[in-house]
Design a protein around this ligand. Structure first.
Ligand SMILES: NC(=O)C1=CN([C@@H]2O[C@H](COP(=O)(O)OP(=O)(O)OC[C@H]3O[C@@H](n4cnc5c(N)ncnc54)[C@H](O)[C@@H]3O)[C@@H](O)[C@H]2O)C=CC1
Ligand SMILES: O=C(O)C(=O)Cc1ccc(O)cc1
Length: 308
């Protein structure tokens, strides 16, 4: 089963990329879109992010057999409630949110008569809005699908095929496990980046211009991550609170252990730790997941500035 008509609610980085990718890789599929922000709707129409950009969310979903919510995690429920009266009874509901447990609950409560199969393309950049999307965002990236225990297997396999057509490698997980894994691999790294960039800018005896001038080292990578959308990341931390707090607790314990090694002059402990983490990085590259590769999706679109 293929989807004949996909409706995208929220035409920013994710929604815009899906719209462009469907038009490029699934040319038989119709794409309609809606965004709450009129300026984003106008820009989305200019860029052709969907075949039609509607001025009402209800009009966007009316004919769709797949509706994907691409809005910040905190407004998934509101966005779903807004389209409820216009949905086809057989429409599959999905989303792209960065955390899954709370979003699955919000969508399920808003649309109790529909099948909801949440998904998370683990693909993105620090850019947002309708200018940020590009068709190849999902190429060679994971898309984690978190189906509920009771689901429609035909619809599930259609959703898997949909994401594969967009270039993604699909993985299944339960929502709780997804939230724990992503807490350590994505959410905590963003929190650390937000923290360190703030710490550097608050220093009294190191000037802003020194921070900018000498940021060629690791700090520069942190500034890219710390430029990510504040609304989305506020919502991620509020919606994946328990898993993030669990990982943050472990992280601070490990940081304190390293702090102690430095204070005690324990070079052996420091060396052992750094050797272990270097091996982890090398195994990621061996598995072909090094996103500094030139063809890794970033840099092939006019709105995306390749990481320096
Ligand atoms: N930015 C990233 O790298 C990634 C983001 N995600 C997830 O994708 C979702 C969307 O993120 P982005 O596309 O990056 O954000 P974005 O900020 O680029 O786009 C979100 C769009 O939703 C619109 N919007 C907000 N409230 C709305 C509503 N009630 N109804 C309709 N439109 C509404 C906004 O005007 C905006 O255009 C989030 O849930 C995020 O967690 C998932 C993977 C990567
Ligand atoms: O820009 C980056 O490095 C990212 O990590 C993008 C990203 C942000 C949020 C996600 O849920 C998945 C990917």
């Amino acid at each position: 089963m293929n989807f004949a008509h996909v409706a995208i609610i929220g035409l920013g980085l994710q929604g815009g990329s899906i719209g462009l990718a469907v038009q490029e890789f699934l040319p038989g599929t119709r794409v309609s879109g809606y965004d709450l922000d009129p300026a984003h709707r106008a820009r989305a129409a200019e860029r052709g992010l969907a075949h039609v950009v509607h001025d009402s969310a209800e009009d966007a979903v009316r004919e769709a057999d797949l509706v994907i919510f691409c809005v910040p995690p905190g407004v998934m429920g509101d966005a779903a409630r807004a389209v409820r009266p216009a949905l086809r009874p057989d429409a599959l509901i999905s989303d792209v949110g960065s955390c899954k447990g709370s979003i699955a609950r919000a969508l399920g409560e808003a649309l109790p008569d529909h099948f909801v199969i949440p998904a998370h393309p683990v693909a993105g950049t620090e850019h947002s809005g309708p200018d940020a999307g590009f068709a190849h965002l999902f190429r060679n990236r994971w898309c984690i699908i978190t189906p509920p225990e009771q689901t429609d297997l035909l619809k599930l396999s259609a959703l898997v095929e949909f994401w594969e057509a967009l270039g993604a490698n699909v993985e299944h997980m339960n929502a709780e496990h997804h939230d724990l894994v992503l807490a350590v691999t994505s959410h905590l790294p963003h929190l650390i980046a937000y923290t360190i960039v703030g710490t550097a800018s608050d220093l009294e005896n190191v000037t802003q211009s020194e921070v900018i001038k000498y940021s060629a080292g690791g700090f520069r990578d942190f500034t890219r991550i710390a430029a990510s959308d504040p609304t989305m990341w506020r919502d991620v931390f509020l919606n994946n609170k328990d898993a993030v707090l669990e990982m943050l607790g472990r992280f601070t314990e490990d940081l304190t252990a390293l702090q102690r090694s430095i204070r005690m002059g324990d070079g052996e402990a420091l060396f052992g730790h750094f050797a272990r983490t270097r091996a982890i990085r090398r195994s990621i590259i061996e598995e072909g997941q090094d996103d500094s590769r030139p063809d890794f999706g970033r840099g092939d679109h006019e709105g995306i500035v390749p990481a320096a």
